[in-house]
Design a protein around this ligand. Structure first.
Ligand code: EPZ
Length: 426
């Protein structure tokens, strides 16, 4: 099991580059299932979940090239023949976003067999809304032996109102609707930038989608889709993580190659905490200056404060003067980082969906355990400011969604190294 060794105390100085968004790349790669032609995606992050998606597509018969030359991170996917439209359990169990192939598989082949994704560390994470939407579009779906079996002659456009706002649910059904017979009207959709990114790719492939990024999306079904080339958005959560790294270490950090327009609620909250920000067109510079002051957050669907930034913000709150209340509205068990932060000297108590963070605590280095992608990021941030050397175990969680994290952080002055092999380097 890979470990990170981090010695705290260095302010981060210089420029750090943001990679492409994992949560855009995953649905966009699945969208390639909808056509026999080649789909080329640029600015793909070099992270484990992308490798998993590649294995998943290849297991179904797709030809996938994945290149991470310094100049460009890109993938070419060709689903000319889908010989085995099955998402097998051994892959799905490692990445629940595999359920994103459900909609495109049914749309393309009229059938799909997808292992039910179990829950994960942060919650049960059912996909009942994906299933309900596909049934509304005419798919017959049975569940047996841990697999979803879906069949249809041809999907029909439908009027779907999501009971809950779901990001991959919106994406899955978008991909199901683009070649359905007739029109679809989706309401109470997710408004995340990743949904906009996917819709942009689908429209480039010949789909007719209007309203992506708003709660109401209209889709006119077309007979066929063709190949396209598309550049993936920058990763807004990686950018936010780096901004907090600059703030928590009292540094002067330029977070480059990002899209500040996707960071609205986070930037406002950081300024409320006293963090100084210079916001550019494709970068945000974070500087220390005033002391950090406490501020409460409540996670909401986009454009509210992102649940994927909750753990990282909590690490920052341990250093702010005063008490911050962190309320997690999206997932039922997303406080796995609290116990480990407290072992580093934080003073956090959890009551139901809220955590109370008493700030101004000096963090001490410790041996800690990563539990999920964003909780791991919170532990890295805490270790960057703790005195002494921390050991973070199970950093494979980090490798799922952060590209070359230790290299990027070392490049701006962090004392971080990895024990064990390095993902992505043979
Ligand atoms: C996406 O997960 C992201 N993953 C998550 O990022 C992110 O935390 C989440 O959206 C919320 O923003 C990808 O895009 C690959 P949801 P998703 O469906 O789509 C409930 C990361 O760190 N729900 O929007 O699975 C669900 O239980 C990951 O990169 C149902 O009840 O999340 C949750 O409480 C973690 N039934 C809420 O909706 C359903 O059918 C929002 O979940 C679907 C969802």
């Amino acid at each position: 099991m890979d470990k990170f060794v981090i010695r705290g105390g260095n302010p981060l100085l210089g420029t750090i580059k943001v990679s492409g968004a994992k949560n855009s790349a995953l649905p966009c790669m699945a969208a390639a299932i909808l056509t026999e032609d080649e789909v080329i995606l640029e600015n793909i992050p070099q992270v484990r979940d992308i490798e998993t998606e590649r294995r998943l597509l290849e297991s179904m018969g797709a030809e996938v090239e994945l290149g991470y030359g310094r100049a460009q991170h890109r993938t070419s996917i060709k689903c000319a023949v889908l010989s085995d439209p099955v998402a097998k359990y051994e892959i799905v169990k490692t990445m629940r976003a595999s359920s994103l192939v459900l909609g495109p598989l049914i749309a393309r082949t009229g059938m799909a067999r997808v292992a039910m994704p179990g829950g994960c560390a942060i919650g049960g994470r059912p996909i009942d809304l994906h299933i309900k939407g596909l049934e509304a579009m005419g798919a017959t779906i049975t569940q047996e032996h841990g697999y979803l079996e879906a069949r249809t002659n041809r999907l029909k456009g439908a009027h779907i109102v999501f009971d809950k706002i779901t990001v991959t649910g919106t994406e899955d059904l978008l991909m199901a609707a683009v070649m359905a017979e007739g029109e679809s009207l989706f309401e109470n959709c997710a408004r995340e930038p990743e949904v906009i990114d996917l819709a942009a790719l689908l429209n480039a492939m010949g789909a007719q989608i209007k309203g992506a990024g708003t709660s109401t999306i209209r889709i006119k079904g077309v007979a066929k889709l063709h190949g396209a080339r598309h550049r993936i958005n920058p990763d807004r959560i990686e950018a936010g993580t780096f901004l907090i790294a600059g703030a928590i270490t009292g540094g002067d950090l330029n977070v480059d190659c990002c899209n500040p327009a996707h960071l609205g609620s986070l930037l406002g909250k950081l300024e409320q905490c006293g963090v100084k920000l210079d916001i550019g067109k494709e970068n945000v510079r974070v500087r220390s200056g005033n002391k950090l002051v406490a501020a409460d957050i409540t996670t909401e669907e986009y454009p509210g404060f992102p649940t994927d930034m909750q753990a990282q913000y909590m690490a920052l709150a341990t250093q702010a003067e005063g008490t911050s209340v962190v309320t997690e509205n999206i997932f039922e068990n997303r406080f796995m980082h609290v116990g480990e932060l407290n072992r580093m000297g934080a003073n956090i108590t959890v009551q139901g969906r809220s955590a109370t963070v008493r700030g101004g605590t000096k963090l001490q280095s410790a041996a800690v355990m990563c539990s999920d992608l964003r909780a791991s990021a919170a532990l890295v941030l805490a270790a960057l400011v703790a005195d002494g050397e921390s050991i973070l175990d199970r950093v494979y969680h980090m490798d799922r969604g952060y590209e070359r994290l230790e290299e990027k952080l070392r490049g701006v002055g962090a004392q971080i190294r990895r024990m064990g092999e390095v993902f992505g380097k043979k």
